[in-house]
Design a protein around this ligand. Structure first.
Ligand SMILES: Cc1ncc(COP(=O)(O)O)c(C=O)c1O
Length: 357
């Protein structure tokens, strides 16, 4: 790895009690360029712009995919990644589907560890605090030709993240727009999936909702995801979540929730979730909770579901009653080294990892 440390650290200007998530970037980034059929050297360099022209293929044809993951600092200052191998596997699944070159485990994991280590002082400490990390791959070739590009960049950037508390939200069950289609790219974390979701989400916001529950593209009869999260439904004391498919992103938080629910002995069924079943359960009082899960806020609880002009309210459960809240605490305690890690999900980032990678 080629290392160029910054000579102008911005860390002294960073106020962990007052910063803007997503706009504040740590001092360094990882970059690696692909051309002539192979990846070059991984470089750890000062964070900053990269030169490109409007003819860059990534921005014209959308060959771009990314990951979202976090590093956590415990009360003793130890730093951990959470299941980083899952993000490594997923970025390559996305790259493959978009006909982009896969990255090596060394590039991805060593790059991550080196970046998090060198900028460990940027990681805010305390409940809900973390470093949000964004690995990405995009086509950099300068050519206006609708074909697979020959040049790419792999990069990792990161922004400090604050409390994952999120207010309960109202969500609209989509009966027209779809996030993904059979044979499409729904299970890839393709940049274009997000672009395609913004307009329907804007429409839902205009109708007074905060998010959309995406349903299947052919019948709109089955739940798929919610916003940029995987979705869970609790009817009586059983949790349901749709199975992953080529249309559903295989979320790391989803998988962790499933395993944590099983560990607690909570009944969880991975099976198609019909809109009709959820609506009926709401009407007969057996629908207890619906929530979304993802790395960014861990859990968002839904307070109402909008369906075909009707707003269906959900019960307000206390943190002791709510499976969503209980599992969220199990997960965040594990991520923050406040509990045992029977699954081996925490990966410590040793100090001075740069000397060894
Ligand atoms: C579309 C979509 N679904 C689900 C998720 C949740 O995945 P994870 O738990 O790996 O963050 C995300 C985001 O990160 C997402 O963008």
């Amino acid at each position: 790895m080629i290392i160029q440390k910054t000579e102008n650290s911005r860390l002294s200007d960073f106020d962990p009690d007052n910063f803007s998530f997503g706009n504040t970037f740590i001092d360094h980034m990882v970059i690696c360029e692909y051309e002539n059929g192979k990846w070059g050297d991984v470089k750890l360099v000062p964070y900053g712009p990269i030169p490109f022209t409007p003819a860059m293929m990534g921005v014209n044809y959308g060959q771009a995919c990314f990951e979202g993951m976090k590093a956590y600092k415990d009360k003793d200052g130890q730093v951990f990644l959470f299941r980083p191998e899952k993000n490594f596997e997923r970025i390559n699944k996305s790259a493959k589907r978009l006909a982009m070159p896969e990255v090596t485990e060394e590039m991805f994991l060593d790059g991550l560890k080196a970046l998090v280590d060198i900028d460990r002082n940027w990681i805010p400490q305390g409940e809900g605090m973390s470093l949000y990390i964004r690995p990405l791959i995009f086509a950099t070739e300068e050519a206006l030709k609708a074909r697979v590009a020959n040049k790419y960049m792999f990069a990792i950037v990161a922004t400090p993240a604050k409390s994952y508390y999120s207010e309960p939200v109202s969500v609209k069950i989509s009966d027209h727009y779809s996030r993904a289609a059979s044979g499409g790219v729904g299970s890839a974390k393709a940049a274009g999936n997000y672009a395609a979701s913004f307009y329907p989400t804007q429409l839902a916001i205009e109708e007074g909702y905060e998010q959309i529950i995406w349903t299947d593209d052919s019948t709109h009869e089955y739940f798929e995801e919610s916003g940029t999260m995987n979705v869970f439904v609790r009817i009586n004391d059983t949790i349901y979540t749709p199975p992953t498919s080529e249309k559903i992103l295989d979320g790391v938080t989803r998988d962790s929730f499933i395993q944590l629910a099983k560990k607690r002995g909570i009944e969880i069924k991975i099976e198609p979730v019909a809109v009709k079943t959820v609506i009926e359960a709401q009407k007969n009082g057996t629908l207890k909770e619906v929530w979304g899960v993802g790395t960014a806020v861990v859990t968002t609880i839904f307070q109402a579901l909008g369906y075909q002009g009707e707003k269906l309210e959900l019960p307000k459960l206390s943190d002791e009653e709510s499976f969503a809240a209980i599992l969220k605490k199990d997960l965040t305690d594990l991520q923050n080294n406040l509990s045992e890690d029977p699954f081996g999900w925490r990966v410590a980032v040793e100090k001075n990892v740069l000397e060894t990678v």
